[in-house]
Design a protein around this ligand. Structure first.
Ligand code: AMP
Length: 211
């Protein structure tokens, strides 16, 4: 099973990706998490992307293609993968398609309005160690401030501050939204409406995927 989770920041890609990862036993490839890990480790890649990440602008297509190509060649991706946050531009999609990295079963577009996103993002917390997202209102961890999965500390991402979120939404509309047309033309796009709870959304996703 190979699939893409498409949608604006805060639409639930990380949350639904984690649910699907557990259900399907295939890895979630989140370029955002990979770049944040590189920043945390202070690698040359991390230093290179820091400014873009903090401003909420996109890092270069060639850099992203390089890290995704390498990641998808790892043995744990042999039976499939869930792409979260990539491709994010038409150039990324076209390049990945040419390289045979987009032989997908489906593309799930998680729909959400700007108002919903703004209110969700300000309450979003992520694990500083494994990147799994929580929400301080709708999906709290069992112990406040501590990740249920790995015991890591929950933090607010710098790019989840309101001004940055607004900027990321503009970037999404200009750069990423056109990908819906790209995948629609290829008959792969399934739109998942915004629903009140994580459980309802994952049920609709499971039905759409026939799992
Ligand atoms: P995310 O966690 O997916 O919201 O990504 C956080 C940030 O990482 C984005 O605002 C970009 O700066 C960068 N990023 C992640 N994935 C990509 C991508 N596919 N193309 C360009 N920049 C990306």
């Amino acid at each position: 099973m190979k699939l893409i989770l498409l949608g604006p920041p805060g639409a639930g890609k990380g949350t639904q990706g984690e649910i699907l990862r557990q259900k399907l036993g295939i890895p979630t490839i989140s370029t955002g998490n990979m770049l944040r890990a590189a920043m945390k480790e202070g690698t040359p890649l991390g230093v290179q992307v820091k400014q873009c990440m903090e401003e909420g602008t996109l890092v270069s297509d060639s850099l992203i293609i390089g890290i995704v190509r390498e990641r998808l060649a790892q043995p744990d991706c042999a039976n499939g993968y869930i792409l979260d946050g990539v491709p994010r531009t038409l150039v990324q999609a076209e390049t990945m398609e040419k390289e045979g990295l987009l032989e997908l079963d489906c593309v799930l577009s998680l729909e959400a309005t700007n108002e919903e996103i703004l209110s969700r993002m300000t309450n979003r917390r992520v694990c500083a160690d494994c990147g799994v997202p929580y929400n301080s209102v709708t999906s709290r961890s069992k112990v406040e401030g501590v990740c249920d999965l790995c015991g890591g500390k929950l933090i607010q991402r710098k790019d989840d501050e309101e001004a940055t979120v607004r900027n990321r939404l503009v970037v999404y509309q200009e750069e990423t939204e056109p990908l819906k047309g790209f995948f629609e033309q290829r008959g792969m796009l399934t739109r998942i409406p915004s629903l009140p709870t994580i459980e309802e959304t994952s049920k609709v996703i499971a039905e759409a995927m026939g799992i």
